[in-house]
Design a protein around this ligand. Structure first.
Ligand code: IMP
Ligand code: MG
Length: 172
């Protein structure tokens, strides 16, 4: 198999993430930010984003499953691993790799809202608006992309390609 065709290069990722860090800091200027990273796809996005911010940052991890081993969502979202810190009174930002139908993000926003955060926002690296099934609010978007199945920089197909340093297209 040839390597996935590049859609977003490593240099483009790093430039955009530095800008996103600025947007996020501007939205919560004087307070600590608690990031909730959605495993596994958002792990590299989180790692680069938090290193582009200075102090006043903490983080936790949550895991949900919606996709099986293929390219289509099952449409059913299940909590696989919860956070282990309290969100009460904190400025929480969900860190997600990609918003496709929006079902995963809607589920996460619904359950995290019940934890009484002071504010709840979402940052996603990629968004595929043409695939949306539910109208879900995303406060910070890295890149809006067309309807491609993409891998790399944390995103997988069948657990492969997460370590690619760029976003590539796997459509066939
Ligand atoms: P949604 O619930 O349909 O919005 O799907 C969200 C989840 O599906 C993401 O967090 C990804 O894990 C996965 N996903 C959606 N589109 C892609 C893709 O193009 N490549 C890899 N994973 C994807
Ligand atoms: Mg995901």
């Amino acid at each position: 198999m040839p390597p996935p065709a590049p859609l977003i290069t490593a240099a483009q990722l790093s430039t955009r993430i530095a800008a996103l860090a600025g947007e996020i800091r501007a939205a919560v200027p004087d307070d600590d930010i608690h990031f909730v990273c959605v495993l596994k796809g958002a792990f590299l996005f989180l790692a680069d984003l938090v290193r582009a911010l200075d102090d006043g940052v903490s983080m936790d991890f949550i895991a949900v499953s919606s996709y099986g081993a293929g390219k289509q969502s099952s449409g059913e979202v299940r909590l696989v691993k919860d956070v282990d810190t309290s969100l009460e009174g904190r400025h929480v930002i969900i860190i997600e790799d990609i918003v496709d139908t929006g079902l995963t993000l809607q589920y996460l926003q619904d359950i995290l809202k019940l934890r009484d955060p002071r504010s709840l926002r979402t940052a996603c690296l990629l968004s595929k608006p043409s695939r949306r099934k539910v109208d879900v609010k995303v406060d910070f978007v890295g890149f809006t992309i067309a309807d491609h199945f993409v891998v790399g920089y944390g995103l997988d197909f069948d657990e492969k390609y997460r370590n690619l340093p760029y976003i590539g297209v796997l459509d066939s």
